[in-house]
Design a protein around this ligand. Structure first.
Ligand code: UD1
Ligand code: CA
Length: 466
């Protein structure tokens, strides 16, 4: 049977104390609403409708690439009102409507599938996905009459007895399309000025419809994120899950608790990860790599047997097999670090390509450069790529030796096998196999220091006589 998904994401999220809509806060690098939508999309539903507020550009952007429709809730009048907004998009739809909160980011596709199976097997009109929790919290309590679900009572409306109920509402519902109309009969909760979707349960029960509750998972997976504390707990929980999955696939961690790996990143076996490493976005890391402490890699392709040494940042770039980068290196977007390249400490690379076996071991800036194979970039080399208006290109061909403290004033090229003497400022192209030196000739003034000392001593002698 068909399923349509509605994701409620129009709430203000006031408890987050944020200018960002709550569902845009990220868990493991992805906005919560996207995590929910991705879990829903895995069910291959007929459609996904996301209910958003009037200012929804951020949410629409966060869901780009997913096939979703939007319904706009003009004012945040509660979860019941939000579902009502989605109803016009469901006109003519025959099947089950799965309702999800955009703030329940850890929900898995497997749990959703299991939940739908229960809903169908039990032939329920409305099914609730519930879980057990103790202590103080703000979840709605599932009030049962024997095995039957009777109502959901919100925390703030619950009496002392009801507050003790341990089974609570995850905010995830499966509703037969024929029962959706009940949403329109939900009355406003006067105390809060909102239409509670949870009231649909009582309305259904009063009509003699079948309502069931299924505790199919736990608080870890089903928790709703309302506060920064809950967001942090969700982050930690998901991190542990991601890291543990990579361990199962052969990745070693020295201190897994301090490492953050986004969903969507890929790691090869026998890679070793030291503490405080962040792997962000759709990064892939090959086999046998070592990521030393405090490395951040965002949106990169890293090959096999690569060593990224301490405190190095690599963004939107490619690092090929056998390269060594860092410590304290910064590889900026659109760079390609070729096979067996060595990038040492305090080297910044931007939008540059370095061919196989090339070395830039110390204190350099290489920007907008095309550098060939087996090139040696001496310490302190700088490509002067910016003339105040435009970015210009530096080309260094294979087997070139650039002496230390060279400035290459772009646009300029150094042809195959050429040498540049240390301390040179290169303003003109250097032909193949040539040596370019552009520094003042060294002069020797014999005895200069000795004379200087003699003059000074004579002055002191005169002064002491006075
Ligand atoms: C809701 C449930 C509660 C349940 C909990 C599970 C109600 C009345 N209560 O409480 O029983 O235990 O979720 O996490 O439903 N939203 C809108 N428009 C609105 C209000 C909310 O789209 O006008 C969206 C929010 O963006 C959010 C979701 O609905 O994604 C839930 O809203 P929230 O205010 O967080 O509900 P809770 O108080 O957590
Ligand atoms: Ca919530």
């Amino acid at each position: 049977m068909n399923v349509a998904v509605v994701i409620l994401a129009a709430g203000l999220g006031t408890r987050m104390k944020s200018s960002l809509p709550k569902v845009l806060h990220k868990v493991c690098g992805k906005p919560m609403v996207r995590l929910v939508a991705e879990a829903a999309a895995a069910l291959k539903p007929e459609k996904i409708i996301v209910v958003v507020g009037p200012e929804s550009e951020g949410i629409r952007a966060a869901l780009s690439g997913l096939s979703v429709e939007f319904g706009v809730q003009k004012r945040p009048l509660g979860t019941g009102d939000a579902l009502k907004v989605a109803m016009s998009s469901l006109r003519g739809f025959q099947g089950d409507v799965l309702v999800l909160g955009g703030d329940t980011p850890l929900i898995s596709f497997l749990t959703l599938r299991l939940f739908l199976a229960h809903h169908r097997k039990m032939r329920e009109d409305i099914s609730l996905l519930s879980f057990r929790v103790t202590g103080s919290h703000s979840y709605g309590r599932i009030v049962r009459d024997g095995n039957r679900v009777d109502a959901i009572v919100e925390d703030r409306d619950a009496n002392e007895e009801q507050k003790k109920i341990e089974e609570v509402n995850s905010g995830i519902y499966a509703i037969k399309h024929s029962c959706l109309e009940l949403v329109k009969r939900i009355k406003i909760n006067k105390a809060k000025g909102e239409y509670y979707l949870t009231d649909i349960v009582k309305l259904a029960v009063d009509k003699g419809l079948r309502v069931g509750g299924h505790a199919l998972s736990d608080e870890l997976e089903l928790s709703g994120i309302n506060t920064r504390q809950e967001l942090h707990a969700a982050e930690k929980f998901m991190q542990r899950k991601i890291v543990s999955a990579w361990m199962s696939k052969g990745v070693s961690f020295i201190d897994a608790e301090s490492v953050f790996i986004h969903q969507g990143a890929e790691l090869g076996a026998d890679t070793i990860i030291y503490p405080n490493v962040l792997i962000e976005g759709e990064t892939t890391i090959g086999r046998g790599c070592v990521l030393y402490p405090s490395v951040r890699i965002a949106g990169c392709r890293i090959g096999n047997d690569v060593a990224i040494k301490d405190s190095t940042v690599i963004e939107e770039s490619t690092v090929m097999d056998g390269a060594v980068v860092g410590p304290f290196a910064h590889i900026r977007p659109q760079s390609v670090i070729g096979p067996s390249v060595k990038i040492g400490n305090f080297v910044e690379i931007k939008k540059s390509v370095l061919g196989a076996g090339t070395k830039a071991s110390h204190l350099s800036y290489l920007g907008d450069a095309e550098i060939g194979k087996n090139v040696n970039i001496g310490a302190g080399t700088i490509t002067c790529n910016y003339d105040g208006k435009n970015k210009n290109k530096t080309v260094i061909e294979d087997d070139v030796f650039i002496g230390s403290d060279t400035q290459l004033i772009a646009p300029v090229s150094v042809k195959r096998g050429a040498y540049v003497g240390a301390g040179s400022t290169i303003t003109k192209d250097v032909p193949a196999e040539a040596l370019a030196v552009s520094r003042a000739e060294q002069r020797i003034i014999a005895g200069w220091a000795k004379k200087k000392t003699a003059v000074k001593n004579e002055k002191l002698r005169k002064e002491s006589k006075r």
